[in-house]
Design a protein around this ligand. Structure first.
Ligand code: AHR
Length: 492
């Protein structure tokens, strides 16, 4: 058993974690939208006007801040007018990237309804690769305008007289790759054009530019330089980073596990580079923020032929928790992250099989970390041992993050024990404040490769964590490969 001792500096506030860091992404890919969300009104699977209820209930409980849609690569192949009007007359289209016909049953109105059902804000990604400026601009008008125009009359005829007021708009996706194989300077010129017309249509929207990927690290710098005096048109740059490429979802070795944890540092390197650029191009009048609107594990089982389906084990949970701890360090520039993808695709929160569904360990990490949303990151110190990954990276055995929620007068602490075989005792002290009560939950499993399936959904789920408390300190034990969340209610 290891021992970690630490101190939380209750007055050393480092800045606020944007709640949008805990956001999501869903694409018309594999079984994510059909039938992960949309089963149709005639389905025997319980649904509300076509939208399945088990998934809705589970996502609503997470209080997700934003949901990105319709892609991904699909976004630059999507023409929004195909997805409005009577469902029976919507066209069946060729889904260029994911090799499955697109029925267009789930379009803008269904997406907005789904967002409202789960209580999240919509984030729409417009088509640059195969679309036009007017197509993107008119989508903004259709969603957000309250002028009496042909498009807003159409929205009304389609059941929504009131504007949807969509705040977040992406201008293309991975335009260096599936979104048109563009050069960053070419995209920069297009971006100015799209952004000008979209913003003029709805001045309060937030515009999100396609950013880099580890394969094209130079993209952000060239793009920002090309914008010249038009940086005010960019609210956020959206970078993408996937981890675990080449590894297996279930048949991974212990070395693979540690290697994946080391890959959090690759995310850090890209966050560092992109944040520096945001800082360099921000002014007092206009700050450019960072979004990571695709991230997570991508195992070798997730192929186009399998609809990018993969299983999720405790390894995914530990990786997610560590990633969130990293994201807390990138305030205030890192504004939003969207794990890929919500249902049945890549590092999902929910897996479905016919009428059955299960919550993955990744889902439960979002649940355990709920308290951090909009919290103020607190400084802390602790003495953890380190491990060396097979690739030579040094990673901590234990990772801790703490935020303060003023409204609740509560400190939320999350702690991760990365070690695969050794438990750790954690003794944490508060430097100044006094503890009124504590409440802890932990997510772990006997074997790191354990996972939930729709037929066997309860293998892994959070349980109560025993926490000993005194006036100014607390202690608890963390078993191997576990993630814990402790709320510390303070005396006034
Ligand atoms: O999330 C799967 C795919 O990964 C997305 O469509 C694309 O943007 C990325 O390459």
């Amino acid at each position: 058993m290891n021992l970690v001792k630490g101190t939380i500096y209750t007055n050393a506030k480092k800045g606020q974690v944007s709640k949008y860091v805990y956001s999501h992404f869903m694409e018309h890919l594999g079984r994510c939208v059909y039938p992960g969300v949309w089963v149709g009104e005639d389905s025997s699977i319980p649904n509300d006007r076509g939208i399945r209820l088990d998934v809705t209930q589970a996502l609503k409980a997470l209080e997700l801040p934003a949901l990105r849609w319709p892609g991904g690569c699909f976004a630059d192949n999507y023409h929004w007018q195909d997805g409005i009007g009577p469902r029976s007359s919507r066209p069946r289209r060729f889904n260029l990237w994911w090799h499955q016909p697109e029925t267009n049953e789930f379009g803008t109105h269904e997406f907005i309804r789904f967002c409202r059902m789960i209580g999240t804000e919509p984030y729409i990604c417009a088509n640059v690769g195969s679309g036009t400026v007017e197509e993107a601009r008119s989508w903004v008008e259709y969603c957000n305008s309250s002028q009496d125009t042909e498009l807003t009359r159409l929205r009304s005829e389609n059941g929504s007289p009131e504007p949807f007021n969509v705040k977040f708009w992406g201008i293309g996706n991975e335009n260096w790759g599936c979104g048109g194989s563009m050069e960053p300077a070419y995209y920069g010129h297009l971006y100015r054009n799209y952004a000008t017309y979209m913003r003029k249509t709805s001045p309060d929207i937030k515009l999100i530019a396609c950013g880099s990927h580890p394969r094209v690290p130079e993209w952000d710098g060239i793009f920002l330089e090309t914008l010249n005096r038009a940086h005010h048109l960019v609210d956020y740059i959206a970078i993408h980073i996937y981890s675990a490429r080449g590894m297996s979802d279930l048949n991974y070795s212990d070395d693979d596990y540690y290697e994946l944890m080391g890959q959090v540092q690759i995310m850090e390197e890209h966050l560092e580079r992109a944040t520096a650029l945001c800082r360099a191009y921000s002014t007092n009048a206009h700050q450019i923020g960072l979004i990571m609107d695709e991230w997570g594990t991508w195992f070798k089982e997730a192929q186009t032929e399998t609809g990018l389906y993969q299983n999720s084990t405790m390894m995914d949970a530990v990786f997610t928790a560590l990633s969130f701890h990293l994201f807390h360090e990138y305030i205030p520039y890192l504004y939003m992250t969207n794990i890929a993808q919500t249902i049945n695709v890549l590092q999902s929160l929910i897996l479905t099989e016919g009428p059955l569904s299960c919550l993955t360990p990744t889902y439960y990490v979002y649940d355990l970390f709920k308290g951090h949303k909009d919290g103020t990151v607190l400084d802390l110190s602790y003495n953890t041992a380190t491990l060396e990954t097979p690739g030579g990276r040094e990673i901590p055995e234990v990772s801790i993050s703490a935020t303060y929620c003023e409204e609740e007068n509560t400190i939320h602490v999350t702690a991760v024990n990365l070690h695969l075989s050794t438990s750790t005792n954690l003794d944490l002290a508060l430097d100044l404040r006094q503890i009124a009560s504590v409440h802890g939950r932990v997510l772990t499993s006997a074997e790191v490769r354990d996972h939930n399936t729709p037929k066997n959904p309860d293998v892994i789920k959070p349980s109560k964590l025993d926490v000993q408390q005194s006036d100014k300190s607390l202690s608890f034990a963390l078993s191997p490969h576990s993630v814990a969340a402790i709320s510390i209610n303070l005396t006034d």
